[in-house]
Structures are given as C-alpha cells and as structure tokens.
Ligand binder design. Structure first.
Ligand code: GLN
Length: 407
C-alpha cells in the first residue's frame, strides 16, 4: 500500500466515527507510524508502506476512532515551543494555557523570582516559565503521583533540574515556603458540566484534573486561600479559569484581599487568565500592622533629630497634624475616607462592576498610604511631646530644688 492510499483509508475510517480533524489526524498518525515528519510523508505520496507498518497504523487509527486524543497516542504535545512527554495521567497541555505563560513571562522578564505551580500535571507551566525566566526557580506540586512521574520525565527532557523541583503532595500540605508567584491551572469544570464535554476529553483525560466541583470553583477557592499564606508581600497569583467564571472569581479574590492586575482573554473572547496581587489586610490592630518594621526604626532615628521647637504639632484632640494640607491631614478623616472607598468598592463588586470596584480600591489604597504616613508622624510627635514634658518636669524640679536650697 502507498502513502496516499493509507492516508485515505485512515481518514475515511475516522470520518465515519465523526472525528472532525480526520484528514490531519490520519496524516499525523501515519507519520508517527513511519517515524517521519508529516512534511516528509506528504512529499512522497507514492512511497510503499510495508505490512508491519500498515498494521501499526491501523491500530493507531482504531484508537483515534474511539476518541483517544492524538496527544495520548503520540505520547507528546507541543507547548510553548517544547515537546512535552504526555500520557493519560496528565491533562493535554492547551494553547489557552500558553496565554497564561505568556503574560507571566512578559510581567517578570529579567527578574529573579520563586514560583509555585499548583496542580502541575505534565509540568508544562512551570517548565515553560523557568525556561523563559532564566534567573528564576520554582516548584511544581501535584496530588497525583503518576502526574509527578510525567513532570519529572519532562524535567529531565528539558534539563532544568537545577532550577525546578517536583513534589507529589497536596498543596494544602505546603507550609514553610514563600513564593513571589503562585500559578495554577486548577480543575475548573463545573461538576454538572462534565457530561457535556467532548468525548475526547471526557473519556480520556484525568477526571481529577478537570472536575472543579461546585460551579467549578472548589479548587480555585482553595488555591486562593492557600496563596494568602504562601505569597510574599506584593506576591502575585496567576490563575487560569473557566468560561464565565470571571465575576465569581474576582469576587472571591477581592474578598480575600487580592487586587486584579490584569486579565487575558482567550481566542474565543472568554476571560481565561487572571493575575492578582495580594495586599495585606486591615484589622483592629491597624496601627501596629500598618507600619512596617523599617519605619519603626526610622521613627526612632528621626525622633532623635527633631528640633524641640518644631511648629507643627498635635492639636487638642491629639490627632490633627497642622500644616497646609487641610482636612486630609486628620487621621480620622483619612481613615473614614479610606473605609468609605473600601465600602464603595465592595458595593461595586456586588453590583457586578469589577472595573469600578478596582477604581475605588485604588482610591482606598491611596488613603491607606496617607493613613500610614500620618500614623508615623503622630508617633514622632507624641514621643517628642513626652520628651518635652519630661524635660520641663525636670526643669521644674530643678527650680524647686534651687528655691528650696536658697530658702
Ligand atoms: N498545569 C497543568 C496544565 O496546565 C495541569 C492542569 C490540571 O491538571 N488541571 O496542563
């Protein structure tokens, strides 16, 4: 049998089984059988194929007829210009996930960061990131032992073991590390929608990598909660999410003190990737929490250099900083304004307007910074006042002593 005929027979069989890409798949499977590139076989259509190869080719066609994805038959899939080893223990890497890699590479180009990839599967995300971000390193974690075996195979294939480690563990059991970036393409299909997936996906890809539980959000939520504990200050969370999940996911992010930096739409105009920074949280112990340690030290140093007759000072209520900036120098006003913007942002979010919410949050952040500055100033002045008080008390005592002595 000649090449042309084999391709024709293969594609007709696939067409009968409703495989959409029947010609392409037949060509690819023949090139796999003959261990030649597709181009090579297409220029030699009258080449004879031996019996052994015809049998092998027909077996591949039979597998594809039952909807087995080409990537599992070939045991490889190209992703981010690299050929990844793939088997049925991992999800087939998708072009949509390359969008996630792309935006991260653009964001962190030339920087040195530490990355955690949650639910790493074949390792396609972390290995692509690390190969593009040459100064960075990372960990890929997966609950599936078999997936980690696949990832490790790819690690060797791309010779990145000096900068990437793979761990077979639930990410919920990850404690003592901090990362600049947490990235994840978690299972995000709504449990109820699994039955509607195409046969290729539903019958062959690992259910554990697809099923996102209730509304497809169970794992996304867990990743967000966990990221709060393992991200460094100003660390970023990068997620791939499902169709029409953006509203719900941005609400969860917002409620957990993340700020959306960027979203990326896929080829079908769905928001597919989301990048969000983690911001530290306000609590009742605000003043202590707002002031970083470095500022505390500055505060001591600056106190020492304060001139004792500075004209700016605390007002009667102990909170007013008197200078030209008017009411926004009153700590209470600033705090009230900050809280007002936070509330407005929450309302905008509940009304389904994340853009307006982000806008309000930026205002809230501005007033939060102002609040911190004022608190530092206030501390300085309080300390200065108490110093002055001490001084004047000791002056008084001295006066007393002198008058007593003179009596
Ligand atoms: N991170 C892998 C990928 O993007 C696996 C994702 C998953 O199993 N949900 O392909």
């Amino acid at each position: 049998m000649k090449t042309l005929e084999a391709i024709k027979i293969g594609s007709e069989l696939l067409k009968k089984k409703n495989i959409e890409s029947y010609i392409l798949d037949s060509e690819i499977l023949l090139s796999k059988t003959l261990n030649k590139s597709r181009e090579e076989i297409l220029v030699k259509l009258d080449q004879n194929i031996n019996k052994k190869d015809i049998i092998a080719f027909k077996e591949y066609i039979a597998r594809r007829s039952k909807n087995e994805p080409i990537a599992y038959i070939l045991k490889e899939k190209e992703f981010w210009s690299k050929n990844f080893y793939i088997n049925k223990d991992v999800l087939v890497p998708r072009p949509e996930t390359e969008l996630l890699v792309d935006i991260i590479v653009k964001t962190y180009k030339e920087r040195k960061i530490t990355i955690l990839d949650i639910g790493t599967g074949s390792g396609c995300i972390i290995l692509s990131l690390i190969s593009s971000l040459e100064n960075s390193n990372g960990i890929g974690i997966d609950i599936s032992k078999n997936a980690i075996l696949v990832a490790k195979k790819n690690l060797q294939r791309f010779k990145l073991s000096n900068r990437v480690k793979f761990i077979n563990r639930s990410f919920e059991r990850l404690f003592d590390k901090k990362f600049d970036l947490v990235v994840s393409n978690p299972p995000y299909i709504d449990q109820k929608d699994i039955k509607n997936l195409s046969n290729d996906v539903k019958r062959y890809e690992p259910r554990i990598a697809l099923d996102g539980g209730n509304h497809g959000l169970d794992l996304i939520k867990k990743v967000i909660y966990k990221s709060k504990n393992i991200l460094r200050v100003k660390g970023m969370l990068a997620l791939e999410i499902g169709n029409e999940q953006i509203k719900k996911v941005s609400k969860i992010l917002f409620d957990n003190n993340f700020r959306i930096k960027q979203v990326v739409k896929d080829y079908k105009n769905n928001v597919r990737c989301i990048l969000a920074y983690y911001k530290w949280k306000m609590n009742n112990n605000r003043r202590r929490n707002f002031r970083p340690r470095s500022q505390k030290n500055n505060f001591r140093r600056r106190t020492n250099s304060l001139s004792s007759n500075s004209s700016s000072g605390l007002g009667n209520n102990g909170n007013m900083i008197f200078n030209r900036n008017g009411s926004m120098n009153n700590i209470h006003n600033v705090e009230k304004t900050m809280l007002k913007y936070q509330q407005l942002a929450k309302d905008a979010h509940s009304n389904g307007d994340p853009v307006l919410a982000q806008n309000y949050l930026q205002h809230a952040d501005h007033f939060l910074r102002r609040y911190n500055e004022l608190n530092v100033k206030k501390e300085i002045l309080t300390e200065k006042n108490s110093l002055e008080e001490k001084n004047s008390n000791s002056e008084e005592n001295k006066d007393k002593n002198i008058s007593q002595t003179s009596n």
